[in-house]
Design a protein around this ligand. Structure first.
Ligand SMILES: C[S@@+](CC[C@H](N)C(=O)[O-])C[C@H]1O[C@@H](n2cnc3c(N)ncnc32)[C@H](O)[C@@H]1O
Length: 208
C-alpha cells in the first residue's frame, strides 16, 4: 500500500525544486497538480489530473482517494506544502496517516531571500481567495509578506494603507518569481495605488 505524497514544488523554476521532490515526482504514476506545474517537470508517461480544468477539486480528490493506495500518487503544490496549500483540504478526504509531505521553498521565502531580507520577523498573510481585515496587521507590524490574487493585489493593499494614512512604507512586488520573466518592483504607497501585476505575485511591505 502506498501513501499519498504531497510535494512542494517551490516557486516554479526547476533549479528551486528540492532533489527529493524531483525524485518523488519522477517516481509518481499519477499526479494531481495545477496546469502551470507541468512546466516544471516532465509529465511523460504519467497520468496527470489537472486542477482548474473543469473537474471540481472535491471530485479530483475523491478520485485520488480511490487510487493512491494501489498506484504511486502525488499531489504537487506550489511553494511549500505547509504554507497555504491544498494540504488542509486533502486531510479532509485522505486520512493523515496515509499522507507523506515533502517540503518546498515557499514563494515568500524565495522573495525575502531575493530582497536580502530576513523573514523570521515578518507577519505573513494570505490574501489568496480570502477576505480579511488587513489594517490591524498593517498597523502592528514593521515587515509583512502577502500572498495575493487577482483582486486582492498590490493596489488593493495600497488603497488600505493610503486610506489609513500609512505612507512611509516600501512596497516590493515579486512577479513570476524564479521564472525567466521574473519581475521585482519597489514602490511607494502612492505609486502602488495604480500598479498592475502581469502574473503570479507576492508582496513584501517594510514600514519605516
Ligand atoms: C495557493 S497559494 C500557494 C502558496 C505556496 N504554498 C507557497 O508556499 O508559496 C498561491 C499564491 O502563491 C504565490 N505564488 C506562488 N508561486 C509564485 C511565484 N512563482 N511568483 C509569485 N508568486 C507566487 C501567489 O501569491 C499565489 O497567488
Amino acid at each position: 500500500m502506498y501513501p499519498l505524497k504531497i510535494i512542494g514544488l517551490g516557486p516554479g523554476h526547476r533549479d528551486y525544486i528540492l532533489p527529493i521532490a524531483k525524485k518523488e515526482i519522477e517516481a509518481a504514476e499519477v499526479i494531481l497538480c495545477g496546469v502551470r506545474h507541468t512546466e516544471s517537470f516532465d509529465p511523460t508517461g504519467k497520468e496527470i489530473l489537472y486542477i482548474g480544468k473543469g473537474t471540481s477539486l472535491k471530485d479530483l480528490l475523491e478520485e485520488v482517494a480511490g487510487i493512491y493506495k494501489t498506484r504511486k500518487t502525488a499531489l504537487v503544490v506550489s511553494g511549500d506544502c505547509g504554507f497555504y496549500s491544498l494540504l488542509s483540504y486533502a486531510k479532509k478526504v485522505i486520512p493523515i496517516k496515509d499522507i507523506v509531505c515533502i517540503p518546498g521553498i515557499s514563494s515568500l521565502q524565495y522573495f525575502f531571500a531575493k530582497l536580502n531580507l530576513t523573514w523570521n520577523d515578518a507577519e505573513l498573510v494570505s490574501l489568496h481567495g480570502r477576505e480579511i481585515d488587513l489594517l490591524p496587521a498593517l498597523i502592528d507590524n514593521k515587515k509583512l509578506g502577502f500572498l495575493t490574487d487577482k483582486s486582492h493585489n498590490t493596489a488593493f493593499i495600497a488603497r488600505i494603507m493610503d486610506a489609513a494614512g500609512i505612507q512611509n512604507s516600501s512596497i516590493y512586488v515579486g512577479e513570476e518569481l524564479s521564472y525567466a520573466n521574473e519581475k521585482i518592483t519597489k514602490l511607494t504607497v502612492k505609486e502602488a495605488l495604480d500598479f498592475k501585476e502581469e502574473g503570479l505575485s507576492v508582496v513584501v511591505i517594510v514600514n519605516e
